[in-house]
Design a protein around this ligand. Structure first.
Ligand code: CP
Ligand code: NVA
Length: 303
């Protein structure tokens, strides 16, 4: 049984085929609509955390492909609390053709996958966010027409989004510069994993944010406080301001640089309005691309 838990589990060729399929499905959708490739197929969407993009893009994606999506809110099934994850996986597998899960502990998606008779898609865990990275790659690919030799400078908190983006870099052949305050940088494990996949120097850690963006084709940022870290928000607000993506910082990067953010944005914290709404911003095409990238994943796993 194939699952979509981590880009590291898929080969570069498979992932590039998913991007090509996403490009195709996007074009097809915009020129008359998608064929009902997933007619009669259903997806359960299990959420332990809130969501706008993940929930709506998976639900609409299934609908546009002729299938059905069922939203299950954080209070409903109590993954691992009301019922064991192994039991939830096997019960859901009797009703639906696939499960998308957004969880706190990454072990919850791996445990679901261990027991599930149907494909599991990771819709974000504390560890990673592979669907986001696929939408990000699609956005970068559309912008530059290729991926190799590009540099993505990620500023701020090295989190789930950063980890998946780094594995995407290793798989698709681009480079990352990561600029985080001390104590909030990438863990050595994920760096070693990415280097092992890439076979080239895929990531550079540069503490100075101005230095970090100097050769960037893409500047990327995310919230300073991820879901589940709310208790640390005040402390984080003291540490992260030098890593804000603002207009003066953008001036330090090449003129062609685009700005990305997985959203939701905390405007005035990690990104300013002038950048988020400025000509170099790709925030909303990027958000839209969640739909197209995930439809390719759904078709691959459920058809
Ligand atoms: N980027 C993203 O995953 O957004 P949501 O949390 O709204 O799903
Ligand atoms: N790093 C953020 C991403 C939200 C899509 C979080 O985990 O809250």
């Amino acid at each position: 049984m194939r699952h979509f838990l981590d880009l590291a589990d898929w080969s570069s060729e498979e992932l590039m085929r998913l991007i090509d399929e996403a490009v195709f499905l996007k074009k097809e959708f915009r020129t008359g609509g998608n064929r009902p490739i997933l007619q009669g197929k259903s997806l359960a969407m299990v959420f332990q955390k809130p969501s706008l993009r993940t929930r709506v893009s998976f639900e609409m994606g299934m609908q546009q492909l002729g299938g059905y999506a069922l939203y299950i809110s954080p209070n409903e099934i109590g993954l691992g609390k009301r019922e064991s994850i192994a039991d939830v996986a096997r019960v859901l597998g009797g009703y639906v053709n696939g499960v998308m899960a957004r969880v706190f502990a990454h072990e919850h998606v791996t445990e679901l996958a261990k027991w599930s008779p149907v494909p599991i898609i990771n819709g974000l865990s504390d560890y990673n966010h592979p669907c986001q990275a696929m939408a990000d790659v699609l956005t970068i690919y559309e912008e530059f027409g290729q991926l190799r030799d590009l540099t993505v400078a990620y500023l701020g908190d090295s989190n789930n989004v950063t980890r998946s983006l780094l594995i995407a870099a290793a798989k698709f052949g681009f480079k990352m510069v990561v600029s985080s305050p001390e104590g909030y940088s990438l863990d050595q494990e994920v760096i070693a994993k990415a280097r092992g996949i890439a076979g080239y120097e895929v990531v550079q850690l540069i503490t100075d944010p101005q230095e970090a963006v100097r050769n960037a084709d893409v500047i990327y940022t995310d919230t300073w406080t991820s879901m589940g870290q709310e208790d640390e928000a005040e402390q984080r607000r003291k540490v992260f301001p030098p890593y804000q993506v603002n207009y003066p910082l953008l001036q330090m990067a090449p003129a062609h640089t685009i700005v990305m953010h997985c959203l939701p944005a905390h405007r005035g914290e990690e990104i300013t309005d002038s950048v988020a709404d400025g000509p170099q911003s790709r925030l909303f095409p990027q958000a839209e691309n969640r739909l197209h990238a995930q439809k390719a994943i759904l078709v691959q796993l459920l058809r």
